[in-house]
Design a protein around this ligand. Structure first.
Ligand code: NAD
Ligand code: WQD
Length: 340
């Protein structure tokens, strides 16, 4: 019997790639997404890339408990992957209550539906942002949490809620995956990151500079204590993130309770490394200027990915050049994202 998985936020950047990965491995996939930050066209692309359709799609808000309960009543889910959330750090400072409502309220609504319908297995999207101002790199899962903005606090709070739920409900198995910086796109060029307006994150910004849609990149500070002075991050290919989720599903049954893993490569790249790699991948100049630091930014965030390697015998396989090449292909084939 194929396994049936509910993917909340399945039309989003990471969700869409994960749906493809699951469909290609024989899972039946049901998506819940209110399209507050995604295009329904991503769902058509998922079916096209995977060569097989999604089992069902529900355009609902995960906080709508009645609608969510009827989704659970209509399917027998073996597991849930919960991507649906708001994720823009700067916006979370402007509208913190909305972030708590959607990210935390969405998670508790989902847990209630799972409990009501006897579904006990969950993979949760957490974030490296919960580490905040890291004092040591690479970061292990035991590194202290110190979120510095409301978005990151919602993710830490969700982890704590899930931990409390697991203590109370011994049948629950939860894997919280702390992704570092997911970037890139599906190698088909049909799926990728489609931010609304001017991108906040560096990779889609650089892609639009390479394409000539934006004049130049502002490099936010070159006075960090790093070799070239610019911020260092652990960029991870979104297809590696998707494969990580499929692998997580396979390990939900290993033991019950709450487990937390980093999802990163262990390789740090500076902003200037990224600019050089993207320029090489695209064959385009990436004009940039050094500007002041972005408030709230930290010098270096790099994962120690060894825990997941030990637990699942799994590691990422795609390097920065591949991330840039795939992001560029998506940019070239979809100059205005899914809106084209
Ligand atoms: P995304 O915005 O592309 O995808 C999120 C999806 O959830 C969107 O399709 C959106 O329409 C949907 N959604 C939002 N609120 C909803 C609601 N209330 N009900 C139903 N659907 C809703 O984001 P992404 O980059 O794919 O991120 C997925 C998850 O991973 C998020 O939880 C995010 O916080 C987390 N994460 C992302 C990154 C990153 O850099 N992209 C890093 C770490 C963690
Ligand atoms: C990366 C580097 C910037 C834009 C964010 C979230 C984090 C997680 C991953 C969700 C930094 C520099 C950026 C630009 C630049 N998401 N930069 N010019 O901030 O590391 O992480 O995504 O959980 O929570 O905060 O990613 O891509 O914004 O920045 O120089 O125009 O690029 O200073 O060094 P960040 P980013």
């Amino acid at each position: 019997m194929p396994k049936t998985v509910l993917v909340t936020g399945g039309a989003g950047f990471i969700g869409s790639h994960t749906c493809v990965e699951l469909l290609q491995h024989g899972y039946d996939v049901v998506v819940v997404d209110d399209h507050s930050n995604s295009s329904p066209r991503a769902l058509e692309r998922i079916a096209k890339v995977a060569g097989t359709p999604l089992a069902a799609v529900y355009g609902i808000d995960v906080r709508d408990r009645r609608a969510l309960s009827s989704v659970f009543a209509a399917h027998r889910f073996d597991a849930v992957i919960h991507f649906a959330a708001k994720k823009a750090v700067g916006e979370s400072v402007e509208i913190p209550l909305e972030y708590y409502d959607i990210n935390v309220g969405g998670t508790t609504a989902l847990l209630a539906a799972m409990h009501e319908h006897g579904v006990h297995r969950l993979v949760f999207s957490s974030s490296c942002s919960i580490y905040g101002n890291a004092t040591e790199v690479p970061l292990t899962e035991q590194s202290p949490a110190g979120p510095t903005n409301p978005y990151a606090r919602t993710k830490l709070l969700c982890e704590e809620i899930l931990d409390d739920a697991c203590r109370r409900l011994p049948e629950l198995s939860v894997l919280a995956l702390r992704y570092f910086n997911p970037v890139g796109a599906h190698p088909s060029g049909l799926l990728g990151e489609d931010p609304h307006g001017v991108p906040n994150n560096v990779m889609p910004y650089v892609a639009q500079v390479a394409a000539g849609r934006l004049p130049r990149l502002s490099v936010f500070g070159n006075d960090y204590p790093t070799p070239d002075g610019t911020g260092i991050r652990d960029y991870i290919h979104v297809v590696d993130v998707a494969e990580g989720h499929r692998t997580a599903l396979e390990h939900l049954g290993d033991e019950n309770g709450m487990r937390v893993f980093n999802l990163g490569t262990g390789v740090g790249s500076s902003v200037l490394d990224l600019v050089a790699a993207f320029s090489e991948a695209s064959g385009r100049q990436i004009p940039y200027e050094i500007t002041g630091r972005r408030p709230g930014d930290v010098a270096e965030l790099v994962a120690d990915p060894s825990a997941v390697a030990r637990a699942w015998n799994w590691a990422t396989t795609r390097d920065l050049a591949t991330m840039c090449r795939d992001a560029w292909r998506f940019q070239e084939l979809n100059p205005t994202g899914y809106g084209a």
